[in-house]
Design a protein around this ligand. Sequence first.
Ligand code: PAF
Length: 290
Amino acid sequence: MQIISDISGLRAALRTLRAVGGSPLPRSVGFVPTMGALHAGHRSLVLAARQGCNVVVASIFVNPTQFGPNEDFSRYPRTLEQDCQMLEDERVDVVFTPTADAMYPAGASTFVDVEGVSERLDGASRPGHFRGVATVVAKLFHIVQPDFAFFGQKDAAQIAVLRKMVRDLDFPVEMVICPTVREPDGLAMSSRNRYLSAEERRQALSLFRALQAAQTLADHGEHRAAALLKTMRSTLEAEPAVRVDYLAVINPDTLLPLENVAAGGLLAIAAYVGGTRLIDNVLLCSKTSL
Ligand code: PAF
């Protein structure tokens, strides 16, 4: 596995890897962008990339532009050595570990704004967050030029923003969305789970519990968003230390609220457990297509 931190070095390595084997057709490149602090959720993305693509590239870059001034950029976990070990174990070909100076050279003033969708859900609570995400992912797509890019369903709003960016700007990349990976007790895997104390870790289970309660209700035929939201809220209220940021029943592509989920929808939660902001969601399938 090659670990490369400069952009021209990465481009050169990929030119060689794409051409290996003497085939007249270039080999497919799968890309897993990450901010490091890798866990089983990231591993599932790498496995999916390894299964479907000839060449697998992962990036590790804690992107400063997607953190707000009072957010956890400086204390975001950085575990490069363990991350590289995991990526090597999963037979990743190249890890790209750029510096902030390489990604944002002095004077850089070009950003990608996916208007509308970027201001909803996490974008409403974290102004500027999705501008930072879209900008860095656009840059990474230009640098890596992947055929397929792998993202986790847990970041549902990020997926909506990036899908729209790919469509609006004609990136020649197919987004592959992999299911949320959970701890055995249901907690969605997240790099931020390591901030939680044992007591907070227990309280955090209420997010998935609330989603499951609403999903069960929907499975039993309750399609009114207001009723699903009420159930989510009352389940979360059983854990008063958990502070809700948003509860939403939305269209997963536009992130706009739905009144009824008979044709499918997304249940989404963001909440603070202690000082840690966690997100989770479940997709409801359309009853008509079953
Ligand atoms: O999902 C993440 O880890 C980040 O938002 C991403 C896509 C790597 C961009 O920094």
